[in-house]
Design a protein around this ligand. Structure first.
Ligand SMILES: [Zn+2]
Length: 274
């Protein structure tokens, strides 16, 4: 699933192509009955037509097209969703789930193999998500608040990091990478982590996300950017999907366990149990 660095890369790619453009046509495939939230798809398409795209922002893993009339068109790519801008029509694929014509003749194309992607058209963010946590790359992600939040959670630290009400935009890849960088075993109870280790983790989360953003995201399976190109950070991960390979720091084999149902990768030596 695209996480913060991937969604932010897509946002930056799409912005120059769509900012200031009007949506002249909108289409949602009948094969994607769960794509549009809150509205019937026909109503969603009707309301989008004629709207001006003023800007694109991002909140966690959500792309937010800020339209005129105070409306927000919100897109969550989930597992396999791709949102791409094309000059010459959308790619010929059975997985095209929606397309949006712009007033310069170009198109935004939503392609989604697994069909878990979601879209909203709202005037109030709370209709999309009412309790999203702070943005980890912004000042609102405060160390003291993070430390005291961990003290209140007995769940494994890995599952706490995946909780979008704790932190917006961190998923499986960057939770594993941040825990490795901080030297914390993913299975440890969050409230057993010292203040000093929590501070290391806070810094590691920001560092790992910034580095991945610099690499234009990670393409392990499905992710491509706003122009259909792969990211580069999959070549630079330290533990994610490196099961059985030697740790770059100590040479111990990277191991995989399940935490909260998610594959979790760690170095048993660099990330001790306490
Ligand atoms: Zn190691």
């Amino acid at each position: 699933m695209p996480e913060l660095p991937e969604v932010e890369t897509i946002r930056r790619d799409l912005l120059p192509s769509v900012q200031g453009r009007r949506i002249t046509a909108a289409w949602v495939s009948e094969q994607a009955p769960h794509l549009v939230q809150l509205f019937p798809p026909e109503e969603f398409c009707r309301q989008l037509q004629g709207r001006l795209i003023k800007d694109i922002s991002r909140r966690g893993k959500y792309l937010v097209f800020n339209l005129d009339a105070g409306l927000m068109w919100v897109v969550h790519l989930r597992m396999t969703g791709r949102l791409q801008h094309h000059d010459d029509g959308c790619p010929d694929t059975p997985y095209l789930r929606a397309s949006f014509g712009l007033d310069d003749g170009t198109r935004l194309c939503f392609i989604d193999l697994r069909k878990f992607g979601m879209m909203w058209l709202v005037d109030d963010w709370a209709l999309v998500h009412s309790r999203l946590g702070p943005e980890p790359l912004e000042a609102e992600f405060e160390l003291a608040a993070f430390q005291s939040l961990l003290k209140r959670r007995s769940a494994p630290i890995k599952s706490v990091l995946l909780d979008q009400t704790v932190l917006a935009g961190v998923g499986n890849i960057y939770a594993d990478e941040a825990l490795f960088a901080a030297g914390i075993r993913p299975t440890r109870a969050a409230n057993g982590i010292s203040k000093v280790a929590a501070a290391r983790l806070h810094a590691a989360i920001r560092d790992v996300l910034r580095t991945a953003l610099g690499d234009r995201g990670s393409s392990f399976r499905d992710y491509v950017d706003g122009r259909g190109r792969e990211g580069g950070h999959q070549l630079n991960v330290k533990v994610f999907r490196r099961t059985g390979q030697p740790c770059y720091v100590c040479g111990t084999e990277v191991r995989r366990v399940k935490v909260a149902g998610r594959s979790t990768h760690f170095c048993p030596r660099c990330q001790p149990t306490r």
